[in-house]
Design a protein around this ligand. Sequence first.
Ligand code: NAD
Length: 475
Amino acid sequence: MYPKLSLYINGQFVSEDGRTMQDVINPATQEVLGKLPHASQADLDAALQAAEKAFATWKKSSPMDRSAILRKVGQLTRDRAKDIARNMTLDQGKPLAEALGEIIGCADHCDWHAEECRRIYGRVVLPRSPDVRQLVLKEPIGVCVAFTPWNFPYNQAIRKICAAIGAGCTIILKGPEDSPSAVMAIAQMFQDAGLPPGVLNLVWGEPAKVSDYLIRSPISRKVSFTGSVPVGKLLAGLAGAHMKRATMELGGHSPVLVFEDADIDRAATMLAKFKIRNAGQVCVSPTRFYVHKKVYDNFLAKFTDVLKSIKVGNGLDDGVEMGPLAHERRVPAIARFVEDARKRGAQIVMGGDAVAGKGFFFPPTVITGLQDDALLMTEEPFGPIAPVVPFSDIDEVITRANSLPFGLSSYVFTNSLQTATKVSNSIEAGMVNINHFGSALPETPFGGIKDSGIGSEGGTETFDGYLVTKFVTHV
Ligand code: NAD
């Protein structure tokens, strides 16, 4: 059963009761799955007050107690993974196996934060005078407000919630209205795990109105957002105007560098399968494919062969490897990139047109013959569309890879240690994957540089954005 959709404020699930209700649509069939209540201003005030009140006690809670709750949520995540995954496929569209992989991976995120929150340390600084003691303390920052997107509904929300709660903060999260079921499941699990009322609150609504209200409130102290660069800049600006800490996980335009000494079949196969993951709606999706001219034809042939074999369809159907785009807005958004490429005389090697009929389907699409200033080479496509272009020289390709304002992830395929070292030293990206895909584990930091964001999630850095530093000195 698709779950009943509610707000979760001060430990209570609340729904209709005169609130604006939004349809939640299955992107594979366009059927209405459920109705989502929008928070009124009174709801947002209630969430802010609940989070403020709960912070007074939660900030003093033992890390052992926080750890126990996070661990319990990890266990519940594993226990309930199948149901949550099915509902996520219904409202987000990704194939069931991918949804299940996301949920199970998130149980690890819970465990990691449960372990790491017991290791939030301060330090003692040696004094200039023997009578003086100097302590550096790390304290939870306060009420956090977080805004998470629809592409990885469970993962994006759980990382922010675990970091806030593990650090001793309280949090109000606005989840993705297009794909809300996974975030509903998270709220239910924290309640079942015994989290005190008000520590986690969940709201929905018009994104711009909700974020504006919550960020301006004097109660909130920290803003965390995952989404597009333009919205991130807007929210970071608002946070700055109100002197609030911000963590921003924003978009990318990941360059892929395939050198002539790489295992071309392996690179092309791995990259094709990674490209269509979540129908390309991944901030670290491989996006601009620069392939050495000596191996360009071989790479393109293998890459398109693998993509042609991908079964596209309803994510609940057996054998489907790529589902629909997550919502209706994404179809014209992807078509716009193809239209620009066509106007420029590029070659549409495969795909290129939305699939007719029910559902928001767009096939894997490969485009060649694009100049570096084409829309697809400069704006984040966020879909199953790949431009493949040749290069001749390592310095040239590094310059081209670094030419955009984005700096999230990057991918390199080479069998030369010298090339791998040179590229990893010079590429402007928060994450560099060489000959494999290894980002987004709980124990490693995930984040971008340049326009792709501020701060990291995961790794030992995970609590940095949720703690403030206090210096205490006494004689
Ligand atoms: P969009 O820009 O309208 O929304 C992107 C996300 O930001 C959504 O989750 C939305 O609810 C939220 N959002 C939008 N305006 C907001 C505001 N003022 N305050 C708070 N949240 C706000 O576009 P879309 O069609 O939903 O998504 C497409 C674009 O979003 C993509 O091109 C991609 O760049 C970006 N995106 C990035 C990620 C990521 O993981 N970095 C995830 C999802 C979407």
